[in-house]
Structure formats: C-alpha cells, structure tokens
Design a protein. Sequence first.
Length: 329
Amino acid sequence: MTTETKNPVSTNGLYQYDGVIGLLSPAGPGFSGPVSVTVGPDGMLYVACRANPNQPEGVRVSRCTKDGDFLDQFGTWGEGPGEFIWITDIAFNLQGEVYVADENNHRISVFDTERKFSRSFGVQGSGPGELDRPSGLAFGPNGNLYVVDTLNNRVQILTTEGAFISQWGSLGEAEGQFHMPWGITIDQAGDVYITDWRNNRVQKFDADGRFLMTFGSAGDGEGQFNRPNGIAVDSAGDIYVCDWMNNRVQVFDSNGGFKDVIIGHGGMSKWARTFLDASPDVEQKLELAVHNIEPKKRFYRPVSVHVENDGKVYVADCYRHRVQIYQKL
C-alpha cells in the first residue's frame, strides 16, 4: 500500500518537504548567505547570514516566524561591539541570551533576551580560552558553552562569560583528533558530536571529551562525506549531517548507520512571491527559463541543520539564500 503525499519526500521516504523561507536580500525580508539556523526560546526562527565581501551590509542575524513572517534583525558588519565579519554559528544559553561566533574577529558576541549587545570574549591565540577561527557553538545540559576552535583543532568548554574550563583535541587523523572541525551538537544525554571537516567524518564524545565513536569517510556514497559541517541530533537519537560539497543532508541512526538523504525540494517562498507580485517582468523571464528551475530546487551548499521536537527539520541552504523545511514522517 502506498501513501500519497502532497509534497515530495526524501530519497528513502522518511522526510517530507514542508516549505521554504528565503530571498536574496541584504536586509529585511531576505537572507544573504545563511550559515546558521536555530529556533529561539521565543519560538521564532533565527538565521545568521554571512553575506559576502561585496555585500557587507548583509551580515546580520534575522528573526522571523516559522511561517516566514519577517520580524527584525540585529548585528551588523564590522569589528566594533556587537558587529561581525564572518559569522559561523549562533546558539542560545539557558537564560535565553544568544551567542554569535565570528571566525574573523576570533570572538564570541553575546546579545541579551531583547537582542541588544551585552558583551564579547575571545582573542586570537592557542592558549586556554583563546580562539583561532571559532565555528560551531553549543550549550551542554549544565549550561557550559562548547566552542569548536577550528584552526586550533580542538573543542573548548567555557563558562557563559568565556572563562576557560577544559579542552580536548589536536591536529591529526586518529580517534579524538581533528583536521579543521566545524559543526557541533549535543544530545539529550550530554554527548557531543563534532563534524571533522577535512577528515570527512563525524566523531562522538562524552561531555568531558572522551571518545565514543566515529563514522564517515571521504566520498559521495551513502555514509560518505565531502566536507561535513552542520550537525543536529533529534529526540529519537537520529543524527543529521550537512554534507557541504555533496549538496545534501544525510540522516543516520544513533549508531552512525545510514538511514536517509535529503537533497532539497525548494519551491516559492512567501518573500519571493511578494517580490514577484511587484515585479511581473521578472516572473515572465523566469517562466521562460523553466528548464533551469529544477536544479535550483536542490540544496546548494547546505551548512546548518536544526531539528525541533515536532520533527520539523530546518536547513540553511547557504548558496540559495534560503531555509528549506522538512517534516519527519
């Protein structure tokens, strides 16, 4: 018996496409190179945009509803307080403050619950508490901040004020070593998952950094990666990995066994519909280019994934300037 679904499903049918939010824009309703997506304590969607060197005004964090209604944005390009150059990730602490990693300024900026700049910490270096291109951020159950310190090839555990607690990792290919790690997520048990970017694998550790398991290798087959970055774990223990250069999100069980792959089915977003309604000449040109539309539905460098308890999967589709949404079936 087959079950008909309104929207297309993932390769193995475990996820159904649910919608898209996005439009290329340096401000307001739109994104410019989104690199991190999460849901805040207020239930709203937060999307951090990295933009590009020719569009620095696009660097900011946008806030919108899960249905795609734009609310506001905060942060701007620069090196001053509350400013960023190259955003890599955002995360909320237990008090509802939002932390933003900036790999160019080698620091973490903190905004309060009203999204006003509060403080920052971090300087470039390799000593305890120092950073060299920080990327992934995550908070453990005890409230401590875990920072992926990419060029130092380690994970640091810091207090919410940035004070050093501990660290693990070094450059290499052995268990517990890294080569430019990038993404991080922490499951309900407090175990830590790291995407090991240049080693094309995922490593799992306990809360103190003791190695537990690894999976993945270089390639484009099932369970293989080409520069994995964003990662998430849902309440059932399934692991979601953004496979950057393979333009897909792979899903694994709690033991690292392959389950499914999501390739992107992006349609027309609410923001894009509003734009086209005001620009009929643009829509006419798009209608003449139907043969180019199908590839543009697919992911193009997905970089961040977030999974809610209701099974909604949000993927930051970086080079398409949008967030694609799936529902776990």
